[in-house]
Design a protein around this ligand. Structure first.
Ligand SMILES: Nc1ncnc2c1ncn2[C@@H]1O[C@H](COP(=O)(O)OP(=O)(O)OP(=O)(O)O)[C@@H](O)[C@H]1O
Ligand SMILES: [Mg+2]
Length: 294
């Protein structure tokens, strides 16, 4: 990194991007959703949905298929305009602003969409550079490459992966590449939609451990949509349950189990839920670090 490039980066950090504020969020709830309504034609997906995400937590988001988890995530990041209700991120209204309006938050989150969605014609490093170029177009090539290589290593990929194309990577490595891109802008907030879907149990457990470690060391807040019961038990601080177009409960898994709700009971107390819980309990006294899946 040359002195010029460091100065350039410092100037960006001080000045922010076209009015984008860069002070860290010091409030308690980086995401506040109230009275949300989303519908596609006649089909209502969310009806009076409210949720507060606490700073520093990994919030697991569960719900049946088509219950509106991905739509909720897209609404929070401003890609889906709700019919009613409000969404605030870091205290700024997402719902009252246009998707391209500089409101000081869009460069402060990272997103891993369901399915990963890396650009197939770009290398892993170039994929990570995409959000950097968008928000910090003045950063020079050398610095861009260095930041991208650093994020790739941070995501647990070997350095060589930086110059590979997505098709040359395994499924697990592609998820990590997606994570590297989500971390490109040093986000305070991370949105992950089914990050371990399709991974083998050992790969999924390793991804979970990495996510927990990054959350704790980088002071992230994580909105984590997942069907993976092991993930929910292993790394989530709280879990929000979406059913009947609303968040019907949010809390730790023991707290949720106290709720007398059929879907929650079936999900966490059904055969698979009980197996994940038993594995979690077994792994506690003598934690090998391998997690219950291994
Ligand atoms: N752009 C869209 N246009 C029309 N309908 C949509 C659109 N996006 C989502 N939907 C509908 O909204 C509902 C919720 O979709 P969503 O993708 O949020 O489900 P999900 O909970 O993420 O499901 P899964 O667990 O399968 O990923 C679905 O019935 C879906 O068909
Ligand atoms: Mg989804």
């Amino acid at each position: 990194m040359t002195g010029e490039e460091i100065e350039e980066l410092e100037a960006r950090e001080e000045g922010g991007l076209a009015g984008e504020a860069t002070e860290l969020y010091s409030g308690q709830y980086p995401i506040v959703i109230e009275g949300l309504r989303n519908a596609f034609g006649e089909q209502a997906v969310h009806e009076n949905l409210s949720l507060k995400v606490r700073k520093g937590e990994i919030l697991g988001v569960v719900g049946g298929s088509c219950s509106g988890k991905s739509v909720l995530m897209r609404t929070i990041i401003g890609l889906q305009r709700p019919i009613a209700g409000s969404v605030e991120v870091f205290g700024r209204s997402i719902t009252d602003s246009a998707p391209d309006e500089a409101i000081g938050v869009r460069n402060r989150w990272g997103v891993l969409f369901q399915g990963g969605a890396l650009f197939s014609t770009l290398t892993v490093g170039e994929n990570v550079e995409v959000p950097l170029k968008k928000f910090y177009p003045e950063i020079g090539r050398t610095l861009l490459h260095e930041i991208a290589a650093y994020k790739v290593r941070l995501s647990g990929l070997p350095e060589e992966a930086t110059s590979k194309f997505p098709a040359e990577l395994s499924g697990g490595m592609r998820k990590r590449a997606g994570l590297a891109r989500a971390l490109a802008l040093d986000p305070e907030l991370l949105f992950l939609d089914e990050p371990t879907a399709g991974l083998d149990p050992i790969g999924a457990a390793a991804f979970d451990r990495l996510l927990r470690e990054l959350t704790d060391t980088l002071n992230l807040t994580v909105f984590l949509i997942t069907h993976d019961l092991d993930t929910l038990h292993e790394i989530c601080d709280r879990v929000a349950v979406i059913a009947e177009k609303q968040v019907i409960a949010v809390g730790t898994i023991p707290e949720l189990l106290e709720a007398d709700h059929a879907w929650i009971q079936e999900y966490f107390n059904g055969p698979r839920g009980r197996a994940a819980m038993a594995a979690q309990n077994r792994s506690k006294p003598m934690d090998t670090g391998a997690g219950p899946r291994a």
